[in-house]
Design a binder for this molecule. Structure first.
Ligand SMILES: [Fe+2]
Ligand SMILES: [Fe+2]
Length: 261
């Protein structure tokens, strides 16, 4: 009698034991998969290189490549919402919540509050470079055009003062980029286009409500914005990433950043 035919092993498992076993099996399977780094992640280390499929497979002959969720990252639900991404993928929401809270207290419209809440999701969840453009593209299918436009344009506007509304060049930028930093010509051109646009003030209000330093005593809570998100962000019923929108792939990549393909 081998150990698997001993009576105690032959006993049928309860449903919950079966579920535990399945979950463990799934975890082992995921742990055994090879997570790959995209070229972009290597570029961030100062290297122009890519993970080679044949080399990784040769080094891990018994493993398959990861083609779904990365078990090292927080688990996402099957139909993720914006709030799921804020909770499980955005590295920090403090700055976004502080800016949105500032706009809320200032009595601004829900469009402006939402734009402030989402203005830096490029930085918080995706990539720093050109964060206004990436962030705008991610949300474009789900928000009023004015909101995504403003998120895109705040990137350029924040470098240019507008004394008529009390916006000065951020002192923090002098410390961060040096006193002689000049925005590139594409940013200057974008600023000029935005300056003459009918929605200029919406984008400008993002820069006015942008909180440049985190106040540890500020009381901010995502719950304060759930209703505004509900009314102004068209959450797809299939979940962000699965609704076949022009930016679905970006949300999927954020959810599964280490898939082989
Ligand atoms: Fe920004
Ligand atoms: Fe910001």
């Amino acid at each position: 009698m081998n150990e698997h035919t001993k009576p105690e092993f032959a006993k049928p498992m309860t449903l919950s034991e079966r579920a535990d076993e399945l979950e463990e099996q799934m975890m082992n399977e995921l742990n055994a998969r090879i997570a790959t780094k995209s070229t972009l992640f290597h570029l961030a280390e100062g290297k122009v290189e890519m993970d080679s499929g044949p080399a990784l497979k040769a080094a891990n002959p018994d493993k398959y490549f990861l083609m779904g969720a990365d078990p090292r990252l927080p688990k996402m639900p099957d139909k993720p919402t914006l709030i799921d991404f804020m909770n499980h993928r955005f590295a920090s929401t403090n700055h976004l919540l502080q800016s949105a809270t500032h706009a809320l207290k200032g009595g601004h419209s829900e469009k402006v509050i939402l734009a402030c809440l989402l203005h830096d999701i490029g930085v918080a969840g995706f990539i720093r470079a050109d964060h206004g453009y990436w962030g705008a593209q991610m949300i474009e299918p789900y928000v009023d055009e004015e909101v995504s436009w403003a998120v895109r344009m705040h990137q350029a506007l924040r470098f240019f003062p507008d004394p008529s509304v009390g916006y000065e060049y951020p002192e923090m930028y002098i410390r961060y980029f040096g006193a002689d930093y000049k925005p590139e010509p594409y940013i200057v051109a974008e600023y000029e286009r935005a300056r003459n646009h009918k929605w200029y003030m919406t984008a400008r209000l993002i820069t006015i409500n942008d909180i440049y330093s985190f106040d540890p005593n500020a009381k901010v809570n995502l719950d304060d914005f759930v209703d505004i998100i509900g009314r102004n962000f068209k959450q797809p019923k299939e979940g962000l990433g699965f609704d076949n929108s022009p930016s679905s792939h970006m949300w999927r990549t954020l959810m599964w950043p280490t898939r082989f393909l």
